[in-house]
Design a protein around this ligand. Structure first.
Ligand SMILES: [Zn+2]
Length: 247
């Protein structure tokens, strides 16, 4: 784990309070969490309501994510600006560095609505809406913190990946999103494809509009009991999609 927000959160505390909280107190603190302080939300009332419901659900599931949100709210010297858009032709799920201002993040709620809130029964390792939110918010936080040090998108994106993997752990899901050239990307037909380190493959099928999602396909590629080579599998898949013969 790198130097992202999670590394700093290692001794887990709920920041608004000095004393350790009971489970019930934690629950109440999360349920009454609202935008404000270092958490600036730019959205109308309906979108705000939708997002807060999703955020609280994710915070209740993951102590590390709840701690991150309280940390963001408390740190008014490094505010994050989250803007909710819908069917934005330039925002694919989330957009870092919006308006060239690190710490500003856009979220496309139409894209998010195609990612399930809960993993489907037949696909327990599925990427959920909470995981995507966690990534976006940890990335925005990293952008806001590194504003003056000139850190680039890659570092903030990696902090987002660390946070989403911690979120998966909290949910008891198998597989972690990988970094660098093992991270996902757009395939030849314009679908976004990701292979997690346990062989969980997700394809976010391109929608009709630009930068949109219509559907999600999932496959488990990892043969049980065998070490899984994610790079080789991703290459195989890419070649299969492109119709290239394997040599
Ligand atoms: Zn990212």
């Amino acid at each position: 784990m790198g130097v992202g927000p999670l590394a700093r959160l290692a001794p887990m505390t709920f920041l608004p309070f000095a004393a350790p909280l009971t489970t019930l107190q934690q629950r109440k603190a999360i349920e009454s969490f609202e935008p404000g302080g270092g958490f600036v939300l730019d959205a109308g009332p309906n979108r705000t309501k939708w997002l807060m419901k999703e955020l609280k659900k994710a915070m209740l599931r993951s102590p590390s994510f709840a701690a991150l949100m309280f940390e963001i709210q408390k740190d008014t010297t490094h505010p994050i600006h989250l803007k909710l858009v819908s069917k934005d032709p330039e925002v694919y799920v989330d957009g870092y560095y919006s308006h060239m201002n690190p710490g500003s993040q856009e979220l496309d709620i139409d894209d998010l609505s195609h990612i399930p809130s809960d993993a489907p029964k037949e696909s327990p390792n599925a990427i959920t809406r909470g995981e995507v939110l966690v990534h976006a918010l940890a990335e925005a936080r990293a952008g806001s913190l590194t504003k003056t040090s000139g850190a680039d998108y890659g570092e903030a994106h990696d902090a987002g990946i660390d946070a989403q993997n911690a979120y998966r752990d909290a949910l008891g899901q198998k597989g972690h999103r990988q970094k660098g050239d093992k991270d996902g990307g757009f395939n030849a037909v314009g679908n976004f494809e990701m292979v997690y380190d346990n062989g969980h493959l997700e394809t976010w099928v391109k929608g009709e509009g630009p930068a949109s999602i219509s559907d999600v396909n999932r496959m488990e590629l990892g043969p049980p009991g065998k070490p899984y080579d994610a790079t080789a599998a991703a290459d195989d898949l890419r070649q299969a999609i492109e119709g290239v013969q394997r040599r």
